[in-house]
Design a protein around this ligand. Structure first.
Ligand code: ADP
Length: 244
């Protein structure tokens, strides 16, 4: 995938602008902002994106092979690519993925991911993959007790450009694998890096053990009453005693 990278000093949200451009733009277009004034997480939550302290960017996927099934896997492609890039740049092999969309280390959230698709009928015609990676913050607002940065958790200060380049190389490989082979191989790799599977988790009023994934990326939770399935995008999953 070719990536034209457009950099902005400040923007409301890289996802919001890329969604506006998606119809006309080419596959791979990447918007990168030094700061976002209205960064977003799932369920319309705010994503704090301080100036110069992280890699805040969004990548456009426009490919004939996109389908409802494989588009749901893009969040996992981003998680694999972000975890892989940070492992490569820091040498830390304990960087993990908290289902479905967070990168974690030492129980702290280093990064979040938000993928949004435009549909024609049932078929996704483009998807915007937004990624926010905390790089150099030393501390966060009291309202974000689980947030951490690559610097605060590893002592290593990565440059946003290096992180984005490493991410895009992995993202291209994993997107090709997703579009040609579907979600199964991606989910297998996610399971290997998962900070969620095997843990006792809470999702809304459900408490149980995170047992595995369904092919669409949903999480199976084993409870005292039996098995329940939660869908990515619907709920926040928390560890019983902390964030992970
Ligand atoms: P969830 O943790 O439920 O998966 P999202 O992925 O939707 O949530 O991310 C949004 C949430 O992440 C916000 O509600 C806030 O608690 C937290 N958050 C916002 N900005 C940051 C940041 N820079 N680093 C870590 N966590 C953040």
């Amino acid at each position: 995938m070719d990536h034209e990278i457009r950099r902005f000093e400040q923007i409301d949200s890289t996802n919001a602008l890329l969604k506006k451009l998606a119809g006309e733009a080419d596959n791979g277009l990447t918007l990168w902002a030094d700061s976002q004034t209205a960064g977003r997480g799932r369920l319309d939550r705010k994503w704090v994106s301080a100036a110069g302290e992280g890699a805040w960017f969004s990548v456009l996927v426009k490919d004939e092979r996109l389908s409802r099934d494989n588009a749901a896997g893009l969040v996992f492609v981003c998680a694999l690519a972000a975890a892989g890039a940070l492992r490569q740049l820091t040498g830390r092999t304990d960087i993990g993925i908290k289902w479905p969309n967070d990168i974690v280390l030492n129980g702290k959230k280093l990064a979040g991911i938000l993928c949004e698709c435009g549909l024609e009928g049932e078929k996704p015609v483009w998807c915007v993959c937004g990624v926010g990676i905390n790089l150099t913050q030393e501390r966060f607002d009291d309202s974000l007790p689980w947030a951490g940065s690559v610097k605060s958790e590893t002592g290593i200060a990565c440059a946003p450009r290096d992180v984005i380049e490493a991410f895009l190389a992995a993202f291209d490989r994993e997107t090709e694998r997703l579009l040609s082979q579907g979600t199964a191989p991606i989910l297998k790799d996610i399971a290997g890096l998962s900070a969620t599977l095997g843990k006792t988790v809470r999702a809304g009023d459900i408490t149980g053990t995170a047992a595995g994934f369904l092919p669409d990326g949903s999480l199976r939770i084993q409870t005292a009453e039996g098995e329940t399935v939660v869908h990515a995008g619907d709920v926040s999953v928390r560890g019983l005693y902390g964030y992970v």
